[in-house]
Design a protein around this ligand. Sequence first.
Ligand code: TNX
Length: 512
Amino acid sequence: MSLLFRAILILFLFATCSPASHEEVRSTSLIPLPADLTVQQGFFEVNNQTTIVCLSDDSAAHQVVSRFRQLLEKVTSFSIPWQPEAADNAIVFSLDTKTGVPDEGYHLVINGRQVKITASSAAGLYCATQTLRQLWPEEFDSENPPRQNFRWQALEIHDTPRYRWRGAMLDVARHFFTIEEVKRYIDYLAFYKMNVLHLHLSDDQGWRIEMKKWPRLTAFGAQQEVGGTTGGFYTQEQYRELVQYAADRFVLVVPEIDLPGHTHAAMASYPELSCDGRSRELYTGIDVGFSSLCYQKESTFAFIADVVDELAALTPGPFLHIGGDEALSTPHEEYVGFITRIQQIVRARGKRMIGWEEIAQAHLDSTSVAQYWSNQQHAKDAAAQGAMIILSPATRVYLDMKYDSTSVFGQDWAGLTSVEKSYQWLPDTVVSETWQHLVLGIEAPLWSETITHLDEAEYLAFPRLPGIAELAWTNSNKRTWSDYRQRLGRHAKRFDAWGIHYFRSPEIEWQN
Ligand code: TNX
């Protein structure tokens, strides 16, 4: 073999076998997986000459771009000036309601000259910015970003979510979580393009939101939590701030007051809400199904109306969650009566009622939504009435289930739930084809009987939560476990940068 030929061969082998760049690896590790992604040759470099452009008068769009600009300035320490028109070395956002890009979807093109983002709504632009964050170096998301130039891989993405409702629930009743902890959880949701935070604000163990007309609910009913440790609650002012914090990240907060069961804390605060009227101590155990408000007293419904009034006033979004689960101490006819009347109360305030799947036993109107968690028949009964459904099967997306026998936190009544078992769920199989249009989306509940602070919540949520975000965003026929576990393994560096206390599941080859 001639020397020249050998040299060419070696060069050729080097070119074809050289490992992928960090930028390329990141662009093929996005979670949730985009609907359509083409990786291309080249890079866009963000340097101290880069500018930003917003081709829209829409104020919500402007806010998205301006927040992204702030973040970019923070992580690079450059000043990224506004520019009125698209130019070279610019990141160009445009809102175009006629592009045919669906709400929350976006079109992203990165090449050597420009980054171009197009969407039909501010929410779509926001989702694109989360993709851009996943494409920049992991260390940029740490407390002390490195502040330097970086490159984005050239690529093109057409993206759009499978489901409108991509939710997570946090139980702040069994153990209380501070506003700061909840904000941090919202950050995680937004990063993975989830858009609903359902807060479970009351249960037997505590009532966690201030009610002006019923002050003892929190003055007394919020004092403790599971295990007898000190509880807590949100003032209405704090709660409003939280709702705004979430809205800035395109996350809708859905408040839940659990009725008519799971109400021991309310009855301990106001004995007249129970049928026997006796005084009660606070409850700090983890049993369920032993409490019920009194159906026979008309004053119970005045109480519910007051609570719904105050919650509705705190909630800009259309949904109020009224619980309705495990009302094992409420006779069936009374249960149906409760749900029927509560539905009227919620509707009269211009809101849509959500309840756990058991509400399908009552007559639901088409504005109501049932949240399936264990009995598929309830989901079907709700759909048959024309109500929409949210899918939260305990065996797949309950984040409080243990991963395996080594899990430090969590329960196991719905079985052990490995990362793979959760990810391999096919949400399209819960109801038949004819009812698919009634499936609003997916939600991952995190009940807090066994977890006391955010680090413990993180252990249960990570790494399953990103997988559920993908179930909600990406079509099932695009996803495979073998591909997903590779991508997830490469998110370890992100978890480390954020300081997330994730479970290092042995199912994943962690790349950090
Ligand atoms: C069932 S699922 C509950 C909750 C518990 C949870 C524990 C549902 C609607 N209710 O009260 O916290 O199990 O996993």
